[in-house]
Design a protein around this ligand. Structure first.
Ligand SMILES: CC(C)(COP(=O)(O)OP(=O)(O)OC[C@H]1O[C@@H](n2cnc3c(N)ncnc32)[C@H](O)[C@@H]1OP(=O)(O)O)[C@@H](O)C(=O)NCCC(=O)NCCS
Length: 202
């Protein structure tokens, strides 16, 4: 029987391993298991928005997020800056397109931020909001309702924190995941070049 529970720091090793199996080819995965583990640890410590699906004592799925205004990502990037820079440089030298795109995007963001004096937020995204950053289950658990249960458990945590709406981004070509989100009440917020952003009100 599959059970669902909140994640702890001790689970992060298993989560990192699972991430590398589920998110092959994703940018974060290219940093390797240790940094992926540190990444998830940072979000868990900052937000405590992390649920797991467990089958026979193995982590078979997870869903985690980030509260708006949290400094988890910045803290992760600052703490592991040297390791991240080396890894990105290595990938750029190997002509990893995703790494090169991320570097370009980051440079663009820095430039735009400098030009902006005050930041405006979309009316749909207020302070009582959050982002779902990762949801994934092993292939043999897809289409079983396991992901839906993870999403519901994740939403329970959001409601406990009085979060009224949350967003997420998905690659445009990820058809199955888009169907999953639309089936669970998400609506389109923004369609970019490579990614689509959805929002859901709770
Ligand atoms: C995203 C994920 C958690 C969804 O869980 P799931 O168990 O696959 O989801 P479900 O089966 O409940 O729903 C998917 C829907 O897509 C449909 N679908 C299945 N295969 C599909 C395909 N190849 N193309 C398009 N739609 C597809 C299903 O029919 C289903 O809708 P239905 O229940 O109305 O028939 C899971 O697929 C996963 O772990 N994917 C890999 C990780 C990932 O990409 N995560 C998202 C990153 S943002």
């Amino acid at each position: 029987m599959i059970t669902y529970r909140k994640a702890t720091l001790q689970d992060m090793e298993d989560v990192a391993e699972l991430h590398l199996q589920i998110f092959k080819g994703y940018f974060l995965s290219s940093f390797g298991k240790e940094l992926v583990k540190k990444y998830y640890e940072m979000f868990l410590l900052e937000n405590d928005l992390f649920v797991l699906a467990i089958d026979k004592q193995n982590v078979v799925g997870f869903c985690m997020g980030d509260l708006k205004g949290s400094i988890a990502r910045a803290k992760f990037e600052e703490t592991y800056r040297t390791a991240l820079i080396f890894s990105i440089l290595k990938q750029c030298i190997c002509l990893n397109k995703q790494a090169i795109r991320k570097v370009m995007d980051r440079l663009k963001t820095c430039f735009v931020r400098k030009k902006q004096t005050s930041q405006t937020q979309s009316p749909a995204i207020s302070a009582d909001a959050a982002d779902l950053l990762s949801i994934g289950v092993l292939p043999e658990y897809r289409g079983t309702g396991c992901s839906e249960k993870l999403l519901l458990e994740f939403e329970k945590l959001l409601k406990e924190k009085h979060i009224r709406c949350y967003t997420l981004s998905v690659l445009k070509e990820n058809e199955r995941t888009k169907s999953f989100y639309l089936k669970h009440g998400f609506t389109l917020l923004h369609s970019g070049r490579n990614e689509i952003k959805y929002v859901k009100k709770l």
